[in-house]
Design a protein around this ligand. Structure first.
Ligand code: SIN
Length: 282
């Protein structure tokens, strides 16, 4: 219990990200600590923990203290632990998982809350992950564009990314599977009201958003491209440098993320647990 009294939460930028120190995630969390973490998560959208030493069981227990675990349909699971997805790249593989801006599970009508990514093995250099604050991106738009976006919905899908017809580079195929399960299509507001913070958040992403509802792909593309350019601006992002034992816990409804693929010839092995979320509204 005493160890819990020294938690510190240090913001990484004004927009997002905080390093949480003073916590051993193997220990059960009391209500007070959980409350502090929930408040920090709502405020900073991604929490970073260092120097953890977690077995898959302990990782699962930490995740369960937060909410219900989502079993990933498409990622290879850690053997014996269907709740833990592997995010792996071997030295002889060229393509990484998550190597472009995206937010997970927007193709689900009830998208996942977020993921807890735990570093087991990382390259000596490279393999950082970028996160972007999608509420800061929304706040940075003009009032006129904000008003337009607030009246729109967007269509998202898993089919073109995880389905049989997906145009995936070959060496990714050994790490992803179950293409026949890629049948999800979902419609969400382009601007959601974040279920925890109450902030307005731009909720479209280059990986899974197909088009604006009621618009053709061609009509949607210029607007989406503009929004994606804005979201990619460095001032909205934070970059996390991994060490073995680091954990990042991000909120899918508030952030995008991007796994950098700048470590060819090295191995990177992460364990990811994703948590169930809720329906998103305006
Ligand atoms: C992911 O997109 O979930 C993977 C992120 C990472 O490996 O850094």
């Amino acid at each position: 219990m005493a160890a819990y009294q020294h938690i510190t939460v240090e913001a990484c930028t004004d927009h997002l990200g905080a390093e949480v120190a003073g916590l051993d995630l193997r220990q059960p969390l009391n209500d007070e600590v959980l409350g502090e973490l929930r408040a920090a998560y709502s405020q900073h959208s991604v929490l970073f923990f260092r120097d953890q030493d977690l077995t898959p069981e302990e990782h699962i227990r930490f995740a369960q203290s937060w909410g219900e675990i989502n079993i990933n349909r498409f990622f290879t699971a850690v053997e014996g632990y269907p709740q833990v997805a592997e995010v792996r790249k071997e030295p002889d593989q060229q393509v990484n998982i998550g190597g472009g801006w995206h937010t997970d599970h927007s193709y689900d009508q009830i998208p996942a809350l977020g993921s807890m990514l735990y570093a087991r093995q990382v390259p000596p250099r490279g393999g950082d992950t970028l996160f972007a604050s999608m509420s800061a991106v929304f706040d940075g738009l003009s009032d006129g564009l904000k008003a337009t976006l607030e009246g729109l919905n967007a269509v998202h899908s898993s089919r073109h990314v995880f389905g049989a017809a997906a145009n995936r580079p070959g060496d990714l195929n050994s790490r992803l599977g179950n293409a026949e399960a890629a049948t999800q299509d979902a419609i969400h507001p382009v601007v959601i009201r974040h279920p925890l913070s109450g902030r307005k958040v731009l909720y479209v992403n280059p990986a899974f958003t197909r088009h604006i509802e009621g618009w053709t792909d061609l009509e949607s593309a210029p607007l989406l491209t503009y929004l994606y350019q804005q979201a990619g601006r460095p001032e909205y992002s934070v970059r996390f440098r991994w060490q073995p034992g680091s954990m990042a816990f991000w909120d899918n409804r508030a952030t995008w993320h991007y796994a950098l693929n700048d470590y060819q010839g090295e191995r990177r092995l992460m364990h990811r647990i994703t948590l169930e979320g809720c329906e998103l509204g305006r």
